[in-house]
Design a protein around this ligand. Structure first.
Ligand SMILES: [Cu+2]
Length: 385
């Protein structure tokens, strides 16, 4: 009997009890860690002798980054490294590099093989604004892995970062030991090491993605995410244009890159679609009357209400699974949260320069400013006769 089944058999009160116990454990652990860090901050050159008497009366005060351009350089005991990302060893991406491009593969003895290298990369959000990114094969997002249901695949990952990493195959129903959860299903892939994942593509054609599952709050926000598309063995639907959208958020201060997070001091000031901010985002050319499939993947750490000008779309799949026709909503704005996927279908029945953008309007600026009618999470569908 699986753990899940066992959990289902427990009554509600028992489950709440377990949760409370878990929270208490986390709370205790957090208190100990804060107290230790405070002692170290008070006496950095001495061995703290009376750690237990230092109470965490204002545990978050040290985290108040409001208005300061440079976060403090120490860890503050919160588990979050507040240092900027060290650019040492980063490879500079070509000026025209684009993320999410199809990854080459070859079939060896019946197994489709892909190769990924994880590395630090100087990545160009837009001309004049660079970040220190973590990348798969040098791009943000990483390259698209496109496979067909039922085939056997092997993905060989070489870690050129200075910290361990893993890859999680988000949404895929595959064996647990291939799940890529660092410290749970495998140790992190150490710097300089190579690790191979191998699994059979599940019979769930649709939109998925892959991303780091080690130190993920830093590694994923810095760019370690990429599309994973499962093609059906026998396709029934044909689209004229297909485009995948992966939001990202970036925190850049004084030219330094910090991992963007939903917390004071690390809130983002640059926003990307597929690794670029408007006006450097893609322009997708569509012919009048063509059918378009947009695959929206919640690769970022923030929610984004994405709005399409000029058209309404149908939500034809959610989280990689088809929506029955009778349940397909017609919308022009879709709220994408971290980890979610939506497949959106529309027919381009009107020519024009149509915007697709986040409707949290700070997200359509570059560090608070608009350029050429927008910024950040803005892109254009150019529909011509
Ligand atoms: Cu947004």
């Amino acid at each position: 009997m699986s753990n899940t089944r066992q959990m289902e058999k427990l009554d509600y009160r028992a489950r709440i009890g377990i949760r409370m116990a878990g929270l208490a454990a986390i709370g205790l652990f957090g208190w100990v860690s804060i107290a230790t860090a405070s002692a170290q901050a008070l006496a950095p050159t001495q061995t703290p002798t009376v750690t237990a008497t230092i109470a965490p009366t204002t545990g978050m005060a040290g985290m108040d980054m409001g208005g300061t351009a440079t976060p403090p350089s120490d860890n503050m005991g919160m588990g979050q490294d507040m240092n900027p990302i060290d650019p040492t060893g980063a490879v500079t991406a070509p000026a025209n590099a684009r993320g999410g491009q199809p990854l080459d593969s070859k079939v060896v003895n019946g197994v489709r093989e892909f190769k990924l290298t994880v590395q630090k990369t100087i990545w160009h959000l837009l001309p004049g604004t660079d970040v220190v990114a973590y990348t798969y094969n040098g791009t943000v997002p990483g390259p698209e892995i496109r496979v067909t249901e039922g085939e056997r695949v092997r993905i060989t990952v070489t870690n050129n970062l200075s910290e361990p990493t893993t890859i999680h195959w988000h949404g895929l129903r595959i064996p647990n030991n291939e799940d890529g959860a660092a410290g749970m299903t495998q140790p992190g892939i150490k710097p300089g090491e190579t690790f191979a994942y191998e699994w059979t593509v599940p019979n769930t054609p649709g939109t998925f993605f892959y991303h780091t599952h080690a130190n993920a709050d830093t590694q994923q926000t810095l760019g370690l995410y990429a599309p994973l598309i499962i093609e059906p063995k026998n396709p029934t639907t044909k689209y004229d244009v297909e485009y995948t959208i992966m939001p990202g958020e970036w925190t850049v201060k004084d030219g330094k890159t910090y991992p963007s997070m939903d917390m004071e001091g690390l809130l983002p000031n640059y926003f990307t679609i597929n690794g670029h901010s408007f006006p450097a985002t893609d322009v997708v050319n569509v012919k009048l009357g063509q059918r378009v499939l947009l695959r929206v993947i919640g690769s970022g750490q923030f929610i984004h209400p994405l709005h399409l000008h000029g058209f309404a779309f149908k939500v034809v799949a959610t989280d990689g699974y088809p929506v029955p026709p009778a349940a397909q909503l017609t919308k022009d704005t879709i709220l994408i949260g971290p980890g979610e996927r939506y497949d959106l279908e529309f027919t381009a029945d009107q020519a024009g320069t149509w915007l697709f953008h986040c409707h949290i309007l700070h997200h359509t600026t570059n560090n608070g400013l608009e350029t050429n009618g927008g910024g950040g999470m803005v892109m254009v569908f150019n529909v011509t006769p």
